[in-house]
Every structure is written in C-alpha cells, then in structure tokens.
Design a protein around this ligand. Structure first.
Ligand code: KIV
Length: 269
C-alpha cells in the first residue's frame, strides 16, 4: 500500500509529470477514483451544489465538511494507492487565523492530508499560522466560488494585466507564507502558465489552461451528471465509455499525456 504525499506531488512537478485530482464526497466514489489511479481527491465545498442541491457553496457547514471528509477517508483506506486528500474550509471558516486553525484541525482529524482555503493576500497570515501548526495549505486563487457575489458571478478572473498581476502576486505571497499547493480556477491560459512557472509548489488548474502541474474537475461534471450551463473546461468522460472507472482512468491518462485540457476547454491566452 502506498500513500501519495505532498513530497510525491513536489517530485511530480520537479520531473514534469502531471497528476490528476477529482472531487469526491463519499466512500464508494472515492474508492473507485483511487483504484483508477487518481492521485489526489478534493473534498470540495462544491458538495453544497452537487450533493446537497444548493445554488451556491455558501450554505456548506464545518459539520458537512467533516462528515464528507471522514466518508472519503474511509473509502480510500484500503486502496493499494491512497490519494492525497485535500478538504475545503467552507465559507467563513477562516475569518480569523485562530478559527481557521481550529476548523482545519477538525478536517485533518477527519482524515484530510491538507486544507484548501479560498482567497488572496489577506490570507497570508492565516496560511503562515496553519503551516506553522503542521497543517498543509492549498491556496485557491482566481475564481473563488465563496466570493462569487463579490466577483459578480462565476466568471473568468485575471483578464486584464492589473488583475493578472494581483493573482501572480497573491500566489507568490501565499507560497512564501507556506502554502504547499496552489489551485487556480478559471483564468486565461497564459496566466495559468505564468503562475505555474513561477511557483515552486505544484499548481492545480481548473479552467486555467494546459500548463498547470495538475488538473482538477468536479466529479459530477466529468461524469455528465450536472445539469444546466456547463463551464467551458468541463469534459464529459463517461460519454462513450463503459463505466465510471473507465471515465476516471481516461481523465487521469489525458491529464498525464496533456490531451486534457484541449484548446476548447481553455480561456484565451
Ligand atoms: O469545491 C470544489 O469542488 C472546488 C473545485 C471547483 C476546485 O473548489
């Protein structure tokens, strides 16, 4: 049995080997993803939308996150290759560094290996606080769904030079504060490439172009289950395949080979 660790992912970046991340919220799908070779699983607060039926991620609570993190952790426990588990701090759970540390500890005790937090420079002190206490942080930049109301909806970020420069600066600052991973959502491909080249830590993209060190998709999106308007970066991996495990394997293979994302899944340069 082997455990994917942050060192494994650092090594992948150093060697130019891309890796795959999927969201997971329950034991069965987490186990199927792990058995299909997905290296990292995100217990995302997207569960509020795809599992609980809310219109945004804002209603998701710490109790929800701890429950789903524990479900996923149990699911992968006996897998030959155990993925690294990243769990989201939900809306308002990181308002102060002290709150963030207590909430992150709860998710680590539920089985997470790292915590994801949405936000930029204002989180630097919190990232440092968590890192010093042994809690690895994934910084989430670009489109941060918990701030969708502030951003005017779910839209492309970093379009003009000033906004792109802010995202590049935030990534550098949060890495300097101790972030071990950066997740970059819905930005032009050129910005995804610039952040990835500048970062020493692995950068995971979703709608951030082909140059990031890894790609993540929401599981329900890549299985074609989500209804309504689809983001440009969504690809249905179940279509034309025999089953869910085939879809997971195809996603992982296309991420590793660079076949995903194709130009039609990306936002300009
Ligand atoms: O909550 C989530 O699933 C996420 C992904 C969209 C990256 O943050």
């Amino acid at each position: 049995m082997s455990q994917i660790t942050l060192s494994t992912l650092d090594g992948a970046k150093a060697e130019g080997r891309r890796f795959a991340m999927l969201t997971a919220y329950d034991a069965s799908f987490a186990q199927a993803a792990a058995r299909s070779g997905i290296e990292t699983l995100l217990i995302g607060d997207s569960l509020g939308m795809v599992a609980q039926g809310h219109g945004s991620t804002l209603p998701v609570t710490m109790a929800d996150m701890a429950y789903h993190t524990a479900c996923v952790a149990r699911g992968v426990e006996s897998c030959e290759q155990r993925p690294l588990l990243v769990a989201d701090l939900p809306f308002a759970a990181a308002n102060t560094s002290v709150d963030a540390a207590a909430n992150a500890a709860r998710l680590m005790q539920a089985g997470a290996n790292a915590i994801k937090i949405e936000g930029g420079a204002w989180l630097a002190e919190t990232v440092r606080h968590l890192s010093e206490r042994g809690i690895p942080v994934c910084a989430h930049l670009g489109l941060t769904p918990q701030s969708a109301d502030m951003l005017g909806g779910y839209r492309l970020q970093g379009r003009d030079e000033a906004a792109a420069a802010r995202i590049r600066a935030d990534a550098a600052l949060l890495e300097e504060a101790g972030a071990r991973l950066v997740l970059l959502e819905c930005v032009p491909s050129g910005l995804g490439e610039a952040v990835t080249q500048a970062a020493r830590v692995p950068v995971i993209g979703i709608g951030a172009g082909p140059a990031t060190d890894a790609q993540v998709l929401v599981m329900h999106d890549m299985l074609g289950v989500t209804s309504g308007r689809k983001a440009r970066f969504v690809k249905d991996y179940l279509a034309g395949r025999g089953g869910i495990s085939d879809a997971f394997r195809a996603f992982a293979e296309e991420v590793r080979s660079g076949a995903y994302p194709a130009p039609e899944h990306c936002y300009g340069a």
